[in-house]
Ligand binder design. Structure first.
Ligand code: 2PG
Ligand code: MG
Length: 417
């Protein structure tokens, strides 16, 4: 059985120019190396308070090169659950602040990669085993806002889902056209201020709703039919605008109660081809989340990000709040706990979306997790900046490699029943 021969950490830099953690794991038999895996921890800007805690990157690297290396060496690498259980035990805290969630997630993912390398397989295939897989449906950001764009608009992500696309590749073809069309529209109106943290345009809108109208316009400009070919997904990231019991829409200079925000969102769902809304209410506003899911949940995905923080336990206790779970490995700290959350989502009859963070790198591990585990949706930001494109392009390679062996692309089934 393969054992962990070595674990190394190093400080590297992410898409915001901030320090982060890379881990390398070597597995082998006796002293012969069989495979090396590498992974880098991402980082969020709009984080939920229940997330596992990242620590200073230099300290996290030191922890990898000392306590984690000592604790993992000679451990059987073939069982990810055993490796992750050891990581959790070594850290010993509920929120992983001792060794750092950034250290843990990098090592956990690097172990998965090393195992796959030793088996001479891509990670997705190692995870899928004999199961046939489909490519996940991408949610792709066109306009960025909230904490990712100086709060110029309050809504964090205005995204498209190519609900009529027949393949992952076709989704990207359509998105390229929409992204270009959106840029032309904004530039014409002098409303283009650059790109936000995830590569979406940083717009100068006068209201949050204007972003929806512009998105519909861009879809049509691209020669596609809003609703039929391409639908809209939003991440309100409402925790970010919640203060003193009200939701503050700074752009519109007004504060809304939960009930008023509920009414605004329902009106948008009526007016625009919206199929998914993430974090429509703040992480602790469970009652509002329940009321909204009750009313809108039959028609759209109500996605919990800050609300679930990739916690299987929180998903099990959802009690009518949300119907879709965002899966971010660094929110919880290890591959095994992320998988447990996906299992909990399936058991609850929820949908799920594997998601990147706003601070990212060239690491493409999450694409492999989504494909290998059969998670039907993927969110990695916009259609610009290489830390985003690296992931979309990796999915293209996987789709091409699968060819006719892939299960049907699930976009139409998920969104056009
Ligand atoms: C989110 C993510 C990605 P962050 O809120 O879904 O868009 O942002 O990584 O900043 O939490
Ligand atoms: Mg979110």
């Amino acid at each position: 059985m393969a054992k962990i021969l070595d674990v190394r950490g190093r400080k590297v830099w992410d898409s915001r120019g901030r320090a982060t953690v890379e881990a390398e794991v070597v597995v082998g038999r006796g002293s012969t190396p069989l495979g090396t895996g590498r992974a880098i921890a991402p980082s969020g800007a709009s984080t939920g308070s229940g997330e596992a805690k990242a620590i200073d990157a230099r300290q996290a690297v030191q922890n990898i090169n000392s306590r984690i290396r000592d604790g993992l060496r000679a451990l059987s690498a073939s069982d990810q659950a055993v490796v992750d259980a050891r990581l959790i035990e070594l850290d010993g805290t509920a929120d992983k602040h001792r060794l750092g969630a950034n250290a843990l997630v990098a090592v956990s993912l690097a172990c998965a990669h090393a195992e796959a390398a030793a088996a001479k397989m891509p990670l997705w295939k190692k995870l899928a085993g004999e199961r046939r897989v489909a490519l996940p449906v991408p949610q792709i950001q066109i306009f960025g806002g909230g904490a990712h764009a100086g709060r110029r608009v309050d809504i964090q992500d205005y995204m498209v889902i190519c609900v009529g696309a027949g393949s992952f590749a076709e989704s990207l073809e359509w998105t390229a056209q929409i992204y270009a069309a959106a840029g032309v529209r904004l530039a014409k109106r002098n409303a283009l201020q650059g790109v936000a943290d995830e590569g979406g345009y940083w717009p100068a809108f006068k209201s949050n709703e204007e972003g929806l109208a512009e998105l519909v316009g861009a879809i049509a400009d691209a020669g596609l039919e809003p609703g039929r070919d391409v639908a809209i997904a939003l991440d309100i990231a409402a925790t970010q605008m919640y203060r003193g019991g009200a939701y503050h829409l700074a752009l519109e200079n007004r504060a809304l109660s939960s009930g008023q925000l509920h009414a605004v969102l329902m009106r948008w769902v009526e007016r625009y081809p919206i199929v998914s809304i993430e974090d429509p209410f703040a992480e602790h506003d469970a009652e509002a989340m329940r009321a909204f899911t009750k009313e809108a949940g039959e028609r759209i995905q109500v996605v919990g990000d800050d609300f679930f923080v990739t916690s299987a336990k929180r998903v099990k206790n959802a009690n009518g709040a949300c119907n879709t779970v965002l899966l971010k490995p660094n929110q919880v700290g290890t591959v095994t706990e992320t998988l447990a959350c996906w299992d909990a989502a399936k058991a609850a009859g929820f949908r799920a979306i594997v998601s990147a963070r706003s601070g990212e790198t060239e690491d493409v591990s999450i694409v492999h997790l989504a494909v290998g585990w059969g998670v039907p949706q993927l969110k990695v930001g916009s259609f610009a900046r290489s830390e985003r494109m690296a992931k979309w392009n990796e999915a293209l390679r996987i789709e091409e490699g699968l060819g006719a062996k892939a299960l049907p692309f699930p976009a139409r089934k998920l969104f056009r029943q």
